[in-house]
Design a binder for this molecule. Structure first.
Ligand code: SF4
Length: 377
């Protein structure tokens, strides 16, 4: 087994240390290397959110897993592995998945000194999540609501049959309660809100609720126009800037705010973009994460073994763990894949290593970022 760290020497995850940000490994190794592996551990979910970026892949009956030993072997081979993320669907939907896949993967990571994250809606029985407490570094949840009615409208927009409001209210209350209790028990919960046509005027209020739920971090990303979300209205860049400014004006500066996949780059000539980038870098407890997808991370589907740039379906797989190792597959993507070549840029002075593919496609279609340069901030 490759050992990169030991339990006792692990650096705490804080605004000064975010092991998912690809800029650190780029600076350390002089090129992008694979430090992060995301695994899709289920396609089942008890919700069907309006904006779900993997909505088309959700199923009613799960396929068979590949042997977990194969996944462990492939993780073992990744020389610079620093983080793993587990995603779905709702990873905890089946208790069997928690016991036979999630916990063993988290235990493996803990033993190797690798940081872990799981993406969950936190609406199920708390006992499923308590099983993760001894091993998990970051519980990542989505939170885009002001009340149970918002949750009902957003969370069940794509169900085959209407879901009664009372059912949604119950799940909403469970999620809030789980978040409070798990936070009190020491879990690091990071609540992500997306900036979209529904949330952009309410982010300050959403932030307040996230604080009340005991979360340690508030993440904010633009909505990805993928799968279910591809039919939703897209915000203008001006509306998005305004939403971020309002949020920064009203937030609690004692809570870490992590912005990611923002569509504002230092190579833009727009003064307003540059002003916002400066503001974000000067605010206390605010960080802006470079996009890991395809930079230092790949996604593995644990049912087929296919390897993707993200868990979103729109970009075809470029390898399979049944026939090849992950470092090999990643190197080929990095050096040869035409999609990567359009956004594979790096301006070290401003700590930027290029845009997210989907966000670039939403706002900067056909722009070649590799020939741009950052302005002085
Ligand atoms: S790294 Fe790319 S996106 Fe970032 S400032 Fe430089 S050219 Fe622009």
């Amino acid at each position: 087994m490759n050992t990169v760290n030991t339990k006792s020497s692990l650096t705490p995850i804080t605004p000064r240390f975010d092991p998912w940000d690809p800029i650190d490994s780029l600076r350390t190794y002089g090129q992008h290397v694979l430090t992060s592996v995301e695994m899709t551990v289920t396609h089942l979910c008890n919700m069907r959110c309006e904006h779900c970026a993997v909505g088309d892949m959700l199923v009613m009956k799960e396929a068979e897993f590949l042997p977990l030993d194969l996944m462990m072997k492939r993780l073992d081979e990744v020389e610079h592995l620093q983080t793993i993320s587990l995603t779905g669907g709702e990873p905890s939907f089946r208790e069997k998945t928690v016991d036979e896949v999630i916990v063993p993967l988290l235990q493996y990571a803990k033993k190797r000194g690798i940081r872990t994250q799981i993406n969950s809606n936190l609406t199920l029985d708390i006992s499923r999540y308590e099983k993760l407490l001894p091993y998990l570094d970051v519980m990542h949840i989505s939170f885009n609501y002001l009340n149970g009615d918002d949750f009902h409208e957003v969370g069940f927009a794509n169900t085959l049959h209407p879901v009664p409001k009372e059912t949604a209210y119950r799940l909403y209350d469970t999620m809030m309660e789980n978040s409070r209790k798990l936070s009190e028990a020491g879990m690091f919960i990071s609540a992500e809100s997306m900036i979209n046509y529904r949330t952009h005027t309410k982010l300050g209020e959403i932030h307040k609720l996230i604080k009340e739920m005991g979360c340690k971090r508030h993440e904010v990303h633009p909505m990805y126009a993928s799968n279910f979300a591809s039919k939703l209205p897209v915000l203008s860049l001006g509306e998005m800037r305004l939403a971020i400014d309002h949020l920064l004006d009203s937030r609690d500066p004692d809570i870490w705010m992590l912005f990611g996949t923002l569509p504002f780059y230092a190579c833009n000539d727009n003064e307003e973009d540059l002003r916002l980038i400066r503001r974000l870098s000067n605010e206390r407890n605010v960080t802006v994460r470079n996009d890991p997808d395809g930079r230092n991370r790949v996604n593995v589907n644990l049912f087929s073994g296919d390897v993707y740039v993200t868990d979103f379906a729109d970009i075809a797989p470029f390898g399979n763990i049944q026939s090849r190792g992950l470092d090999d597959i990643f190197t080929e993507w990095q050096t040869g894949h035409p999609l990567n070549q359009t956004v594979n840029c790096h301006c070290d002075a401003v700590g930027c290593c290029g845009p997210n593919l989907l966000v670039a496609d939403m706002y900067y279609k056909d722009l070649n970022f590799t020939i741009r340069k950052a302005n002085t901030l």
